[in-house]
Write a protein that binds this ligand. Sequence first.
Ligand SMILES: Cc1cc2nc3c(=O)[nH]c(=O)nc-3n(C[C@H](O)[C@H](O)[C@H](O)COP(=O)(O)OP(=O)(O)OC[C@H]3O[C@@H](n4cnc5c(N)ncnc54)[C@H](O)[C@@H]3O)c2cc1C
Length: 339
Amino acid sequence: MIPFKYHQPSSLDDAQSALTQERCMPIAGGTTMIDLMKLNVLKPTKVVHVRSVLDESVETKNGFLVIGGGCTMAGLADHEAVRDRFPVIRQSLILAASPQIRNMATIGGNLLQRTRSPYYRHTDMPLPEEPASRFGEGVETTLLAVLGNGGRLVGMYPGDFAVTVTAFDGQLELSGPDGVRTVAARDFYQVPGESFQYTTLLQPGELITRVKLPISEPLRNSYYLKVRERSSYAFALASAAVGLQINNDQIEAAHVGIGGLGSIPWHSPEAEAALIGKPPTDATFEAAADAALQTANPPLGLEYKVPLAKRTLIRAWKTLRDQGPLSDEQLWAMQHGRS
Ligand SMILES: Cc1cc2nc3c(=O)[nH]c(=O)nc-3n(C[C@H](O)[C@H](O)[C@H](O)COP(=O)(O)OP(=O)(O)OC[C@H]3O[C@@H](n4cnc5c(N)ncnc54)[C@H](O)[C@@H]3O)c2cc1C
């Protein structure tokens, strides 16, 4: 870790003007920043503690759930409206990280977590320049992307909540020295071009000040199913953020996101198109899962993720169809294989 200065801003304006300085970065809960600074991956010479100047409220307003960028993961998961009405939001938060991390980590910081691949986190571990003839041969591929990799070896986006935000058409409010703008989460994350991991539309000095999610029937009838190596405190091998509106034995609206595979939080319009207007049968779900994974391009060793992601999606849709949204008790039972 290199020496750095710490700035406690008195206001959002103060934070934003400090952040226009070179090598100055925001820090919120610090649960990603401190790790990456210790590893010498991020090397700011100044950090600005933005958490205290960010809004941390959660409210429903004009058909949206509006979340302050400074709200903690735990604060959002436990908010009454979220707990009672929006299962996919609560589940994608409480199945992430640990209680200690969720108490510190903010929604703004959560959306900007980095790939966990060692090729990013360990500066002495360069990605082999020209992999052999088979895609990924001789490479530690475990945490690389299967979707949105453009045929290159690129880092997988590891987070959970951003998959929900992207799937359910969330918007991000960005505030910077030039004012406030709103961008769709689906545009905010950009698949890696030349870079090893995703980039975003965030400009220097800009902060994520709010996240807005449109309130819809699929957001109420929703499920975040996370498959991981152990049943707690682990990143997703594959996850499904799904919501369905079913009327008269027909799917009228659907939202589909996939975690654990994409270079960015993955939204699948292909799966949504394969669901909408169809009856909620096993055959419909299988066709939609095939559509969702059509563009998958797994590096060597990650081939298993394609059928795993399909089964995860199908299981999530069947659960919603057969049981509806899960209570916390049902969720824990499902996650621990006791259902
Ligand atoms: C052991 C471990 C396990 C974890 N498991 C999971 C998991 O299973 N699922 C999951 O989703 N996550 C997991 N995480 C990641 C965790 O959720 C993130 O570290 C956390 O959400 C980051 O939030 P933060 O407020 O601490 O961000 P910080 O560490 O403070 O910041 C993260 C990044 O965001 C930037 N930033 C912070 N706030 C803003 C803002 N408002 N506007 C613009 N930029 C900002 C910072 O400059 C930095 O680049 C895990 C983390 C750890 C350490």
